[in-house]
Ligand binder design. Structure first.
Ligand code: HEM
Length: 428
């Protein structure tokens, strides 16, 4: 867009009486106005007036948290549109899917956007978790935010899982049958948990009603609350982690390195929350425009990618759910296929003990690994042990997922994808 034209339009809008009542500052020209723009706007005030250069470096956060957030926005927007048509009934849900495909204007694109954004969100939340781990960003003071993050990760999986059943096709029916059977293996509470999820012993109308309520109300509401807490904590914890964070570590500045062109009082040499001479001011930039414009650009990019995928690839829809005719091999969604592979060795160990231990380890991680070295840097040498353990677990998860996706066929038998036609899995 032509920048001066945009600027002229904005200024003329901001100068009208209505404009001034909404945009108090207009298009910021001075540093004072840049700060005012951030604090006087409802949307922008969530963020600080200034941010560290390190925090806006794309090579540090890779924008993964923001991408997850934008995908969530897209999911909420398209999900609400889908709700105008969807009926959570075993006799009507599938027809609605067909109507979206053939009757409703842009219905297919909206459904596709919702589906691809959901897959991408699972992927990007996982990548964000890995980024936070490899930069040691879960350490003090961010331990609690890491736990909030773990709950967001589980909720993301829960949202995907509950959404899976809604089209009421063969894929939906059998993937949820497999998924809830896995939950049923848990000792003592397993069968009760499965009954609670399904509202019975098999996937039917009661299950669809429950999954629908969880998918459109319970989980999104809980997720939005947790995201709000998550972002609030990012701000309260002093923005993104960075290597020069003082925390409780006294940063020794050798006398010879103190800036010679500055005057300072003794207080500025103290550690803690007191600013250090010659450091903080130079490390920060105004959020407007440095952060805000990057965020807008990233949002446009994410929206464009989701739209592109939705236009060129359709979300899968198989035949109407048939409880007496299982497909050749019922598979879970790709992000549960590693789990399904584990369950094929031992339902109890693979479906309950190992995932349970992994989630517990994730929750306890910031309290077990407390050394402050290496925070704010990718793959810091000081964190080689933690990084190695995490990488081994990650590689194992990837290998099991690849085996479950490509090397398993009828009756979960071994197939070689280059010899046999690949089994049908969700999203392919
Ligand atoms: C719905 C899912 C999530 C959303 C929308 C989200 C959003 C964000 C955003 C926007 C940031 C700041 C910018 C960035 O780091 O990219 C952030 C930071 C952070 N997130 Fe998440 N996040 C999610 C899930 C998670 C998960 C699964 C974890 C870990 C288990 C996590 C842990 C953290 C931590 C510790 C920070 C601070 C990082 C630092 O200071 O360097 N988040 N998150």
């Amino acid at each position: 867009m032509n920048a001066p034209l945009f600027k002229r339009l904005w200024l003329s809008l901001a100068r009208t009486r209505v404009g001034r009542s909404i945009f108090r500052v207009g298009l910021p020209e001075s540093n004072l106005e840049r700060s005012q723009a951030m604090v006087s706007s409802f949307l922008l005030h969530v963020q600080p007036a200034k941010v560290h250069r390190h925090s806006i470096r794309a090579s540090y956060s890779l924008g993964l948290g923001l991408i997850s957030l934008y995908l969530l926005f897209i999911l909420i927007g398209t999900g609400v549109l889908l709700m105008f048509y969807y009926v959570p009934s075993t006799t009507q849900a599938y027809d609605v899917m067909k109507d979206l495909q053939f009757v409703v204007s842009a219905g297919l694109v909206v459904r596709n956007m919702h589906r691809w954004a959901a897959h991408l969100m699972v992927l990007f939340v996982m990548l964000h978790l890995c980024r936070v781990f490899y930069t040691g960003a879960y350490k003090r003071p961010r331990e609690f935010n890491w736990i909030v993050g773990v709950s967001l990760f589980l909720m993301t999986l829960g949202l995907s899982f509950t959404g899976y059943l809604l089209p009421w096709d063969q894929l939906a029916f059998w993937a949820i049958t497999v998924g809830t059977n896995i939950a049923g293996y848990a000792p003592v509470i397993g069968p009760k948990l499965k009954y609670l999820m399904l509202g019975g012993n098999v996937v039917g109308q009661d299950a669809l009603t429950r999954f629908y309520a969880l998918h459109v109300i319970v989980l999104p509401a809980a997720m939005m609350l947790m995201v709000a807490i998550h972002l609030w904590r990012v701000r309260k914890d002093g923005g993104l982690s960075r290597p020069d964070e003082t925390g409780d570590i006294v940063q020794q500045i050798p006398l010879g390195q103190l800036p010679v062109n500055k005057s300072y009082g003794l207080m500025e040499l103290a550690h803690g929350t007191t600013p250090q001479v010659g450091r903080n001011p130079e490390d920060e930039v105004f959020s407007w425009p440095h952060l805000v414009f990057r965020e807008i650009l990233l949002f446009l990019l994410v929206a464009a990618v989701v739209l592109f995928l939705a236009i060129f690839w359709n979300a899968p829809l198989e035949e109407y759910a048939n409880p007496i005719h299982p497909p050749n091999q019922a598979k879970a969604a790709w992000y549960f296929l590693g789990l399904q592979e584990l369950v094929s060795y031992s339902a109890f160990w693979g479906g309950v003990v190992i995932p349970g231990l992994l989630v517990t380890a994730l929750v306890l991680l910031p309290y077990l690994d407390r050394k402050r070295e290496g925070v704010g840097r990718w793959f810091a040498r000081e964190r080689v042990v933690a990084n190695s353990i995490f990488t081994i677990c990650l590689l194992a998860a990837i290998v099991f997922t690849i085996i479950g996706t490509f090397f398993r066929g009828p009756s979960w038998g071994w197939v070689e994808p280059w010899q046999a036609p690949p089994a049908i899995t969700e999203g392919h």
